[in-house]
Design a protein around this ligand. Structure first.
Ligand SMILES: [Zn+2]
Length: 113
C-alpha cells in the first residue's frame, strides 16, 4: 500500500478531528435543546424558529459524522479515495478540500442535479 496518493495516517487524523468537531456541535445542540421555552409567545416563535435552524444544523452534523465513519471504513478497507459510484480516483484536491468525499466530483455533481 505504498503507492497510495495520500497519507492514510494523516487522513485518519483529519477525519477524526472533523468528526470530533461535529460531535461537539451535536452535543451543544442537545444542551441547547433542553432550555425551556420562554413564556412570551413572540419569544416562543423566535425560539421555535431557532429550533428549526438548529435541527437542520444537527441533521447536517449527524450526516457528516456518518460520512466520516464511512470514509474511515473505506480507509481500513483500502478503498479510500476511490469513487463509490464509478470506481475512479476521487482526486487529491477534492479529498484535501473534503476528506470524507465518497464520490468523485463528476458523480457528486450528477447526483446533485
Ligand atoms: Zn465517480
Amino acid at each position: 500500500m505504498s503507492d497510495t496518493p495520500f497519507d492514510a495516517a494523516a487522513v485518519r487524523k483529519k477525519l477524526m478531528e472533523v468528526k470530533a468537531e461535529m460531535s461537539r456541535r451535536v452535543d451543544r445542540i442537545h444542551e441547547h435543546a433542553r432550555d425551556p421555552l420562554e413564556a412570551d409567545s413572540a419569544e416562543q416563535a423566535a425560539q421555535l424558529g431557532n429550533v428549526a435552524v438548529v435541527a437542520a444544523l444537527e441533521a447536517e452534523a449527524v450526516e457528516e459524522i456518518a460520512e466520516i465513519d464511512a470514509a474511515l471504513q473505506r480507509l481500513e478497507d483500502g478503498r479510500y479515495g476511490i469513487c463509490i459510484s464509478c470506481g475512479e480516483d476521487i482526486g487529491a484536491a477534492r479529498l484535501a478540500a473534503r476528506p470524507a468525499s465518497a464520490e468523485c466530483l463528476d458523480c457528486a455533481e450528477e447526483h446533485s442535479r
